[in-house]
Every structure is written in structure tokens, then in C-alpha cells.
Write a protein that binds this ligand. Structure first.
Ligand SMILES: [Mg+2]
Length: 397
């Protein structure tokens, strides 16, 4: 099997006004993601995706990595990964280049599985055909009653775990957690994401409150660069500390683990370097006695790629599933993601076991992969306004 050519399809979706959502980062108007397809001489196509600046992903894949990879055997995943890393290291290591490498890595794993007639979870040594999944949404609402209604809806949809967004004000954060906990009872799990808005003293206060509320984990209270604050907080409040959506490469996670900064690492195959890097990170976490729970926010290919690793590893906790009505999650695959009794179903088909819905891909595809219309795309902002001034966080007296 030889690589013939690579294809980058940048996807863009604009939420209808009523569906836009607010959180500590701003008000999200749309979403972006990049599909990466590896076409081979046998006709087999590997599917991957990357969640980063879509224009940079397209440039890196088409301009630099395609000439390097053409004619190579995509089943030589580790060899190709090292080559891709070596040629992008000077400007890469963390960020868009690693995400582009990761998108290709996922597609290579898909092809390796297809060639061997085995699902990726089985190639990674797993035996489970499903993977725990959690509903990720519960963004800021004008009234916490609306959060309670939304939370009840996820239980009705088959979820047993869900994540909410804090980082608004101490009064809102605590009331919102109480409302969701009341709505889902003590038999279901609740996670809280502080969107990097806290300092250590505040995080200790809210962390103790989250422990009382039996939160499953406390996510990203601080900026990813502030490892010292993570290390200072960890183990002091009685709730597990989770982070890693902004970390790249196994080396990045090694530093996070060595600093004893977190209890749960959150690598994302579509961000940090693909299935290979998440798998290595998962093993590193296991050696340190830690769990991993991949971040995913971009598209269904990323959810599935991450789910295969969680299913394969004993310390894999759960995968994230965006529930904001993002069609890249809900509609991108011919067989949509299915959650029952809190579990995401994985099939026995070779590779990732997925097929893209071409009609949806065509509808969301941007005509020019380098052109990105202005907008607030959740984690990425394009346009004159940038991130704008964020409202100060109001603490309780
Ligand atoms: Mg997060």
C-alpha cells in the first residue's frame, strides 16, 4: 500500500442565532475543523481530522508533508510520524504542526486497521467494543433553571455523565453546579470546566465546593502555561484535577505528569499528535497511576479516534461529546455516534470503522481552504474584534 495523495477539507458551520452560546471565552458563532484524507494506490482512504487553525493545517499538510509522504507505506505509522515531526520541529512541536501530524497519524491508523482487517481498538490491545462517553455542553445560561432542564435532557438521551462551564462569577458558578447536581441526582457524574478563569485561592474555594458536590473532575482552572498553580492546587481540595486539551506531544504530557500538576490528563488525538501520541500519553499516565480522558470538541472523527484509545486502555476514563448542536459531531458520519447507558458504541469494522457522510461534508466544506470568514469559532477567533475584553470575574465577598 502506497500513499498517492493527501486531501485537506476544511469544514465550517455557523450556528443559527438562537443556538449561539456564551462561556468564559466569549460568544461562539460558529465552528471549524479540518478533515484529512490519505488516498492510497489500493483505493483505500484513511480518515483523520485536525482541530487547529484550518489554513495552517492545509498549508502544512499540502505544502510540506505531502511531498514527504507520497509513495510511502501509510502502515509504517511510527516511521512516518518521526519524519513528519523532524521536518516540522523548527516551527512545530506544539500547535498547528502537531495537530496536522496528528490528523495524518489518525488516518494512518485507520489504514493500518483496514489493511489488517482489524479495528483500531483491537490493534491497541483492547477488547472492549464500547467506551464511556459524556455530554459536553451546559454553557452559560441566563437562569440556572435552564441548565437543570438541559441536564435532564442528556440523561434522557442516554448519557450518565456531563460537563458544565463555570468561570462566570463565583455566585453563578456555585448556583449552576447546585442546579445541575439536583437535576441529575447523585448516581450520575458531573464535571466542571473553569475555562482558565481562576487563581489558586479561588480555585481552592470552588474546588472544595465541587468536592462537596461530588464532582467527577475539576477542569482547567488555570491557563495551561501556569503549571505551578496546578501543582499547588492538586491534592488539596478533594476533587480530581483535569487538564491537557492545550498540551501537545507526549513530551508535553510528560512535563505535566512530572510536575504532579493533574490527576487526569486530557490529550486529544486531533490536537496533540494523533492516536500515537494519545496512546503513548495514556501509557505514561498509567505508569504514574493516573487516568486519561481525551478532550474532543471538533468533529466525530476525533471523537471516534479518541474513543478507540479509551476503549483499549484500562486507565481510559471517558470521551467528550459536544452537545451544542454541532453538525460536525452529529451528522458527519453515515452511522451517527450512538450513546446508550452512558456508553459510546464502537463497531468491529476495520480501522476507525467509520464512513463520512459526503452530503454533509459537501455542505460544510469551505471553498478555499485558506480563507476563513470572520467569526468566533469557540476556541479560535478571526476578525478585527479578536477575543475582546473579557468581563472581570466577580468573587463572593
Ligand atoms: Mg475544557
Amino acid at each position: 500500500m502506497k500513499i498517492d495523495h493527501l486531501e485537506v477539507i476544511n469544514l465550517r458551520y455557523e450556528y443559527p442565532p438562537a443556538q449561539r452560546f456564551a462561556y468564559a471565552g466569549g460568544t461562539c458563532t460558529g465552528r471549524l475543523s479540518s478533515l484529512i484524507l490519505v488516498h492510497t494506490d489500493t483505493g483505500a482512504v484513511g480518515i483523520g481530522s485536525a482541530y487547529s487553525h484550518p489554513g495552517l493545517v492545509a498549508l502544512i499538510v499540502k505544502q510540506q508533508l505531502e511531498p514527504l509522504l507520497r509513495g510511502r507505506d501509510p502502515r509504517e505509522v511510527e516511521f512516518l510520524w518521526d519524519r513528519m515531526y523532524a521536518v516540522t520541529r523548527w516551527y512545530g512541536r506544539k500547535g498547528a504542526a502537531m495537530s496536522a501530524i496528528g490528523g495524518l497519524d489518525v488516518a494512518f491508523w485507520d489504514l493500518r486497521g483496514k489493511a489488517l482487517g482489524k479495528p483500531v481498538w483491537s490493534l491497541l490491545g483492547g477488547t472492549r467494543r464500547n467506551c464511556p462517553a459524556y455530554a459536553s455542553a451546559l454553557l452559560w445560561k441566563p437562569d440556572v433553571k435552564l441548565l437543570a432542564e438541559e441536564a435532564a435532557g442528556y440523561l434522557a438521551k442516554g448519557f450518565r455523565r456531563m460537563k458544565m462551564r463555570l468561570g462566570r462569577s463565583e455566585e453563578y458558578d456555585t448556583e449552576a453546579v447546585r442546579a445541575v447536581r439536583r437535576a441529575i441526582g447523585n448516581d450520575n457524574d458531573l464535571m466542571a470546566d473553569a475555562s482558565m478563569k481562576y487563581h489558586v485561592t479561588l480555585a481552592r474555594r470552588v474546588g472544595k465546593f465541587l468536592a462537596e458536590q461530588r464532582a467527577f473532575w475539576f477542569e482547567e482552572p488555570f491557563q495551561p502555561e501556569d503549571i505551578d498553580s496546578y501543582a499547588a492546587l492538586r491534592g488539596t481540595v478533594g476533587v480530581r484535577l483535569a487538564a491537557g486539551e492545550n498540551e501537545f506531544g507526549v513530551q508535553g504530557f510528560r512535563e505535566l505528569i512530572r510536575a504532579k500538576a493533574v490527576d487526569i490528563v486530557q490529550p486529544d488525538a486531533s490536537r496533540c499528535g494523533g492516536i500515537s501520541e494519545v496512546w503513548k500519553t495514556a501509557k505514561l499516565a498509567a505508569d504514574a497511576g493516573l487516568s486519561f480522558a481525551p478532550h474532543t470538541w471538533s468533529d466525530a472523527v476525533a471523537v471516534i479516534a479518541n474513543a478507540h484509545i479509551v476503549a483499549a486502555m484500562p486507565n481510559g476514563l471517558t470521551v467528550e461529546m459536544d452537545q451544542t448542536g454541532n453538525p460536525m459531531i452529529d451528522d458527519l458520519l453515515v452511522e451517527p455516534l450512538r450513546v446508550k447507558d452512558g456508553m459510546l458504541h464502537l463497531n468491529e469494522r476495520p480501522g476507525l470503522g467509520i464512513e463520512l457522510n459526503d452530503t454533509v461534508v459537501k455542505r460544510l466544506r469551505t471553498a478555499d481552504p485558506l480563507a476563513i470568514p470572520d467569526g468566533f469559532y469557540s476556541d479560535m477567533v478571526f476578525g478585527a474584534e479578536g477575543l475582546g475584553p473579557s468581563a472581570p470575574y466577580k468573587e463572593m465577598p
